[in-house]
Design a protein around this ligand. Sequence first.
Ligand SMILES: NC(=O)c1ccc[n+]([C@@H]2O[C@H](COP(=O)([O-])OP(=O)(O)OC[C@H]3O[C@@H](n4cnc5c(N)ncnc54)[C@H](OP(=O)(O)O)[C@@H]3O)[C@@H](O)[C@H]2O)c1
Length: 339
Amino acid sequence: MEKIDPAKVPQRTLYTGAKMPAVGMGTFGSDHATAEQVQEAVRGAIKVGYRHFDCAACYGNEAQIGQVFTEAFAAGEVKREDLFIVSKVWNDMHGKGDVLLACARTLKDLQLDYLDMYYVHWPFPNYHPPKCEGTERNPDSKPFSVGRFMATWRQMERLVDMGLTRHIGMSNMTLPKLKAVLPLCRIKPAAIEMELHPCFQQQELFDYVRSQGIQAVGFCPLGSPDRPERDRTAEDIADLEQPIIRKIAQAHGVHPVLVAIKWAVQRGQTPIPFSIKEKNYTSNLKCVTEDPLTEEEMEEMKKMECNNRLVKGQVFLWPGAEDWQELWDPDGTDALWDK
Ligand SMILES: NC(=O)c1ccc[n+]([C@@H]2O[C@H](COP(=O)([O-])OP(=O)(O)OC[C@H]3O[C@@H](n4cnc5c(N)ncnc54)[C@H](OP(=O)(O)O)[C@@H]3O)[C@@H](O)[C@H]2O)c1
């Protein structure tokens, strides 16, 4: 097993002064990798040198991952304070008191006293069962509402007060939603998790997040080649097969995946690539410690942007809404929200 010195991995400084490793490991098995396979990957990843893990209750594997953390601490492989551990509250736990219960469940499953980051996974209280079909809809689903979201956020803020999480964050937000809620936050999000890969750069949202002193964390950083069926459409573009990234990969003698990760880290976001293969997750971390992309290559990568959103979220649509675009405020306003 190859080991990468965690001190060589770039770090992000959050507005609290806390450090976040600039590459994390994703833990969503995309409905095909089992909880045990992800557990083994996390076990290997700690040994390899990963110090940032992107978990979530809805991935259905926090209990298995928690066992690995406890074993690694007991074996003296790593200390709790050396890890940056993230989780997310799922959409069926936004109600009064539910966020505290969800966080408690996650802490119990991960066998931890505190989290480093706790995100609101989606800004809607819209539940769908794990592994559901893309056509599944829940009649109780509702559009975004500032009031509902802030009621959830107030509970998130209390988790920080109670010391159950060091930071809180949001995920799957849009520019209008962020602009509406940020002025209302008592405790500002320290990070925003958003879909970010070469063919989906979300430049405007990314710039705004950074201008607010918030760290952007990029999910599906490789264009999620094994994503669940419900997140696939005929129009989707495969990032890793595009000529620009292939040409740059060839120039560096590496797989296009590693170009996507180097690009993400050099651009300033924190990618959280997923892999259950030791060779792959090792190279995903190692690549940011050597042979960076040139300025010209970084410039060239901007041309890959083609608005290729992969996680469309159509299962979260509410009755009356037809098109997944409605989740993402397509006209840049609050026109589709509940007031
Ligand atoms: N906040 C949200 O709503 C949200 C949504 C989606 C995802 N996420 C988070 O983001 C993480 C990453 O996204 P993702 O898992 O969808 O997609 P991804 O990281 O873009 O792609 C993962 C896929 O790439 C392959 N891969 C990884 N490294 C490779 C390498 N070096 N060479 C070749 N293939 C490689 C993996 O296959 P192998 O296992 O075979 O290597 C895996 O199938 C998730 O695990 C999750 O933690 C968050």
